[in-house]
Design a protein around this ligand. Structure first.
Ligand code: ZN
Length: 93
């Protein structure tokens, strides 16, 4: 949260100017470092969710494949495609 250096108002992350007094909000080195650490944490969390959902899909596939073995290949292939798609759209860059 960028704090206005002129009036001390706590502005929202995306604001470029202070909502309260209109002064320009310049990110300090500490702000930038905190932002980078936060984004890195979010990416790790998203990657973990993706991995967890892939494992869940895989378990369901294996359970289904117990009755219909041929579905396992198709199911796992679909999992890989879905997770790869989510990975690139969600995590991006
Ligand atoms: Zn201000």
């Amino acid at each position: 949260m960028p704090t206005c250096k002129k009036c001390g108002y706590q502005n929202k992350e995306r604001n470029k100017y202070c909502v309260n007094c209109g002064a320009e909000l310049k990110l300090t080195k500490e702000d930038l470092e905190a932002k980078i650490i936060k984004e890195r944490g979010e990416r790790v969390q998203k990657a973990f969710y993706l991995l967890a959902s892939f494992i869940t899909f895989a378990i369901i596939d294996v359970a289904v494949a117990y009755d219909f073995p041929l579905l396992l290949i198709g199911g796992l292939l679909t999992d890989v495609i879905i997770c790869a798609f989510l990975w690139f759209t969600w995590l991006g860059r």
